[in-house]
Design a protein around this ligand. Structure first.
Ligand code: SF4
Length: 426
């Protein structure tokens, strides 16, 4: 396939949907990394792209590309407060060397640290919660500011990323650009040498994948580079659903769809939450959806815990009963027990419209293809999908659109014409 010239494929951001993300990827299959990034910056999302960098062992390659295309592109660094001193030095080294002029450190909320990790040892007892308050929460408001993100993910890194495309469209219409998708491990090393990029000071000491100091160890020869992260713990990822260092599966992979059931931001991803068990207590509730009735019966004990909580709402529950506690929940799961039971939609609308709940609202239970557009209209932004045809439809980006409806929701749906019982999407 001939390499496309930029001038032959002009695409404005507002036309991206019409063109289709698959077609866009088809055009750029054989474009090199620099060309992909240039095109993304100049034509797809001019002025609306940013990057989150770990300033780890491989970060210099992507940052070097950014510096060539637009050294003023916003670069965010998650300053968790737990990095190696060498990593903090490396941030300054790369800024100087590459001429990056728009690098920002994102810090955890001091109130969260004081409340949940006063001794700074949460990583030891509950690393999921530690990552949540030091990475996920500080990053989320930043992600909302941009139309797209540049990631350093590569196909070779995991099986799930085997078909990672250059461009991905998330469920909230943001674009992820993966210029290094086709890079091999050897390509990364060759690139670093060819361009004389400074190496992370710990790389030569055997650190092949570098994150926070307490959770990073030296990797032996022949070991998976990520084996040194959270060694000895059943933890591979930091839990950031919008993962920039490269944890999340491509939304286009059947393998990912088979493995995971949580669909969020246009992809099937590893679910940080686990099932609530009958013998669970407030002490074991981390990353579990506590049934609303159980929460109310033990409210004080749950609120006194320091880990991320979810809430499970089943038909008959009143979300109004926990109105004042909603911000304590990282996720609310709404149970849809049957296709014909619409009470979950009302719960979702109350959360989104009356309480302005901004965290995850997920649908669980009988989640079917035809319901999904309605669920999304009501504010549901994550789905647990076990129905195989529905999973396949999501993988292939096949969802029915709803253009006509009786009850408009939110601010974007307004009535047209003179028939008040028939509303059309604005
Ligand atoms: S990587 Fe370790 S220290 Fe860093 S935020 Fe996660 S658990 Fe905490």
């Amino acid at each position: 396939m001939a390499m496309p010239k930029l001038a032959q494929v002009p695409v404005a951001h507002d036309k991206l949907r019409a063109l289709g993300i698959l077609a866009l990827n088809g055009m750029f299959d054989e474009m090199d990394a620099l060309g992909v990034l240039r095109y993304a910056v100049s034509d797809v999302l001019p002025g609306d792209l940013a990057i989150v960098s770990s300033f780890g062992a491989d970060s210099a390659v992507l940052l070097h590309l950014v510096a060539q295309v637009d050294p003023s592109m916003p670069v965010y660094f998650l300053e968790t407060g737990k990095h190696f001193a060498e990593t903090l030095d490396y941030v300054e080294t790369l800024k100087r060397h590459l001429g990056l002029i728009n690098v920002h450190a994102i810090h955890p909320d001091p109130a969260d640290l004081a409340r949940f990790d006063p001794a700074g040892t949460l990583w030891e007892t509950d690393p999921d919660s530690c990552c949540h308050i030091r990475k996920t929460e500080p990053l989320e408001p930043i992600t909302l500011q941009f139309g797209g993100w540049v990631t350093g993910r590569k196909r070779f890194q995991t099986k799930e990323r085997g078909v990672l495309p250059h461009f991905e469209l998330t469920s909230d219409d943001r674009i992820k650009v993966n210029p290094l998708a086709y890079f091999s491990d050897a390509d990364v090393n060759r690139y670093k040498i060819e361009h004389g990029l400074p190496e992370h000071p710990l790389f030569a000491k055997g650190y092949k994948s570098i994150g926070c100091a307490p959770c990073t160890s030296v990797v032996a020869e022949g070991e998976d580079p990520r084996a040194g992260r959270w060694r000895g713990l059943n933890k591979k990822e930091c839990g950031i659903h919008f993962d920039f260092n490269g944890a999340i599966a491509s939304p286009m992979t059947n393998a990912a769809a088979t493995k995971h059931t949580l669909w969020k931001d246009g992809a099937f991803i590893a679910d940080p939450f686990r099932e609530w068990a009958e013998d669970d207590t407030p002490a074991t509730a981390a990353y579990k959806h506590v049934p609303l009735a159980v929460f109310l019966a033990n409210r004080e004990a749950f609120l006194a815990t320091q880990h991320p909580l979810g809430l499970l709402v089943v038909p008959g529950d009143r979300i109004e009963d926990v109105e004042g506690d909603l911000e304590r929940f990282a996720s609310v799961a709404i149970k849809f027990p049957a296709f014909t039971d619409g009470r979950g939609y009302s719960t979702a609308r109350l959360l989104a419209e009356r309480y302005h709940y901004a965290n995850e609202i997920r649908a669980v239970g009988d989640v079917l293809q035809d319901q999904i557009p309605l669920m999304r209209r009501c504010g549901i932004n994550a789905l647990v999908v076990t129905h195989e045809p529905t999973r396949q439809a999501l993988v292939e980006n096949r969802l029915p659109e709803v253009a006509l409806f009786y009850q408009p929701v939110g601010l974007t749906e307004v009535p047209v014409g003179t028939r008040p019982f028939l509303r059309r999407v604005h």
